[in-house]
Design a protein around this ligand. Structure first.
Ligand code: AMP
Ligand code: ZN
Length: 110
């Protein structure tokens, strides 16, 4: 999708610190990390949010990618977050899963 920053990252039109890639997903370090490990896993295909995700192959690929990324980094304890909608904290409208790790994480989140 035009003018979508995460589509541009997926297409390598703008740089990112890529940590993982497969046919359907890429994962890269968050620009503004909220924990020692803060990675975003995104589908290569554009979906504005979880509300628009209507493709079971992509759903499966995203969770497989989370497993592959955490395995690759040797992380067994982590938080996954999907913010959906502005009031939930979504700022980039291309579906992404946050992986946060490396420090104790409070619950409930703010
Ligand atoms: P959310 O607020 O859930 O939509 O998350 C968007 C995340 O994308 C934020 O944590 C930002 O720090 C991160 N972000 C925005 N632009 C970039 C970028 N160019 N490269 C890496 N992370 C980014
Ligand atoms: Zn996009």
């Amino acid at each position: 999708m035009e003018n979508c920053i995460f589509c541009k990252i997926a297409n390598k039109e703008i740089p990112s610190t890529l940590v993982y890639e497969d046919d359907a997903t890429v994962a890269f370090n968050d620009l503004n990390p909220q924990a020692p490990v803060h990675i975003l896993v995104i589908p290569k295909k554009h979906f504005a949010s979880l509300n628009e995700l209507n493709d079971k192959n992509t759903m499966s690929a995203l969770f497989t990618a989370v497993q592959n990324v955490t395995k690759k980094l040797g992380i067994t304890e982590y938080r996954t977050v999907i913010n959906t909608g502005e009031s939930a904290g979504q700022t980039v409208f291309h579906l992404h899963i946050h992986i946060l790790a490396g420090r104790p994480l409070l619950w409930p989140p703010g």
